[in-house]
Design a protein around this ligand. Sequence first.
Ligand code: ATP
Ligand code: MG
Length: 424
Amino acid sequence: MANALQAIRGMNDVLPEQSPAWQFLEDTLREVMESYGFAEIRMPIVEKTELFKRSIGEVTDIVEKEMYTFEDRNGDSLTLRPEGTAGCVRACVQHGLLHNQVQRLWYTGPMFRHERPQKGRYRQFFQIGVEVFGFEGPDIDAELLIMTARMWKSLGLSGLSLQLNSLGTSAARASFRDDLVAYLGQHIEQLDDDSRRRLQTNPLRILDSKNPQVQAVLDAAPALSDYIDEDSRQHFNSLCALLDAAGVAYQVNPRLVRGLDYYGRTVFEWVSDQLGAQGTVCAGGRYDALVEYLGGRATPAVGFAIGMERLLALLETQGVSLPDTSPHLYIVVMGEAAQQQGLLLAERLRDALPALRLITHCGGGSFKAQFRKADRCGARYALILGDEEVQKREVGLKPLREERDQQKIPFDQLEARIAGLFGW
Ligand code: ATP
Ligand code: MG
């Protein structure tokens, strides 16, 4: 193995045994989103570097140090998308999807960030993202949060907590930023290198610091909530009232800020305490200024992104049981005539029973070897076809998961009998 090719560090294969969990996650979330009238959009994985620099912001972690940026053969600077919002807004503006209409959109796919790989933090990771355009009121913010709460419930997850904050308008943040910088400037010796650097570039991100010493300095810092403008405050209060009425619990976290520059007003995170340091499984908020900033008509917008790997880890930690995806039947065939008949019967069964998962044995081998394969793949029953069965136009049915005698089923009763076995 030493010389064999390996995947890139921080980029994972999803192996066949892991796929059922991914599919359960994707299917469940898609069903929830569809039930709220969301439509899927698929964007390219690569965009012009400029798009991310402009939308995410030059002084964010993502743009400063996490992007996979390269020159293509034309000398254009391209970047593997680190998140989906920028591309989604670009696509909506480009195709006129925001003219006199609202949009409720979702997408899924891989995102790329050059971070230090660790549990819950990868260089290629998957998100399901949601973006809603054209609503400025708190009702849509509330609906998005109610929808996420339904997602966790549909997945069978518990214990996730919702953190909520308002960032106000950019004017409010600007005056807060000035006072924060002035205050932190007086305590510069207690800040770590990261925070000192951010003091120059993106001081609001210091609020996010996990360093206890920095946290202690922040305890006496000016509070963003004192700077929030009246409209934003009302927006936030209405959102809280809507969540209260809907029975969605939340904590107001005055230090919650987002890593991306384009957020304003509502910001939120869904956090689990069962995932260690990487506990945020869903993050989002309002970005009313971005569409215009990227060249579209001013359009209010709000969205969120779910980190799929983290949600999967949580499903595993909480022992959520997945739908059974093992085959129902495995057809064992012995001899040329049986082989041919097996393929034909399998097609007949698939025509009649759309939910059926059925494997036809290929590649020959003894009955014993074939039964071993039937057993290993997890099938509930084996159907047995040899020369004698073909001649009598019947198949043997052998339960593989319980002690019961083999039965014979005439070819012409096959569909009905198999349907009966599974209660279809
Ligand atoms: P963090 O603070 O964990 O770095 P972030 O603020 O960079 O998160 P967002 O850009 O808001 O994260 O992305 C939304 C969600 O995508 C996160 O809450 C997380 O669940 C997931 N996510 C972000 N970066 C990664 C990563 N490198 N690996 C796996 N999941 C990630
Ligand atoms: Mg990050």
